[in-house]
Write a protein that binds this ligand. Sequence first.
Ligand code: OGA
Ligand code: MN
Length: 298
Amino acid sequence: MTLRIFPITPEFAAEVGDVDLSQPLSGTVEQAIKAAFWQYGVLIFPDQQLSAEEHLRFARVFGPLETSIAVHQPQAKLRLAAEFADVSNLTVRDQLWGEDSRARLFALGNRLWHTDSSFRQIPAYASLLYARSIAPIGGHTEFADLRAAFDALPPDQRAALRGRVLEHSIFTSRAKLGFHDFAQAERDALPPVQQVLVRTLPQTGRESLYLASHAGRVIGLPDAEGLALIDALTTHATQRQFVYTHRWRVGDLVLWDNRCTAHRGTEFDDLRWRRDYQRVSVADVANSCAQAQLTLGP
Ligand code: OGA
Ligand code: MN
C-alpha cells in the first residue's frame, strides 16, 4: 500500500488514497500526509469507516486535541464525547432539530466564513470533519485559500497588513446573525482574544491572511474602519478563484489547516434531511501573536 495524492485543484485541495485511517499509520505514511497537508491546506480521505476512537487517534497524529465549546453551554446534553464538535442537525434522541432549537440557530454560524476556534487564545491548527450521513442536496463545505488570497494583494497592501492584530470572539460571529442567547457563564468562559491578521507558516515559510467571522475589531483602528477592513479582506479572500467547494460523500474525512484556510457550510434543508458530521480539532502550538513574535525574534 503506497499513499497516493490526487490533486483536485493545482495548489489547494487534494484527495489522499490507499490509506485506511482506521489502522495505526507508519511514521513514513504520517510524514507523507503531513507534507501534503502543509503543501495543500485541504486533504480529502474518501471512503473511510471510522469509529470515534479511530477518528481521535488519527487526529492526534497532528497534536493535542481541543475540547468542544459545547461543554461551556449550561444544560447542554451532548451526543458525542467532549473532544468532538457535533456538526449534525440531530438531538440527543437522534431526532432532527426543531426549527427554533437553540442548537440549530447557533450552528447557523457555520454558514459564515470562519476558521475554527480563532476565538480561543490558542486557536485550532487542524480540523478533521467526518461525514456519517449526508444531505442529498446542498450541505457542501466551501474552503478559501488564504495564502493565495494574501499573495494576490498588491505589495503595499501586504506590507500594511503585516503586524496588524484583530480581536476575535465567538459572540461577534453570532451577533452578526442576530443571535445573542448566551448565559453570562458562557460569555465569561470565552473572552475576546487577539490574533495576527497575517500569519507566516513555519513549515513552508508562506504567508497567509488569518480571517474569520469571529473577528470584530482591528486593534489601533476605529471600530467602523476595522470592520470595513475585515469585510473587504473577507470579500477579497473568498472570490471564486481562491475557493474549493467540497461535495460530500458518506465516509469522507476532510482535513484542513485552520491557519491558512477559511471555510463555511452551504445551505441545505435541515428540517428535512439528516446531516451527521463529526469534527475533531487539534490545538495550535500557541496564540498566533505569540507565534509571530517567535518567528520575528525579539
Ligand atoms: C466545521 C464547520 C461546516 C459544514 O465543522 O467546523 O464549519 O459544512 N462545518 O458543516
Ligand atoms: Mn468550522
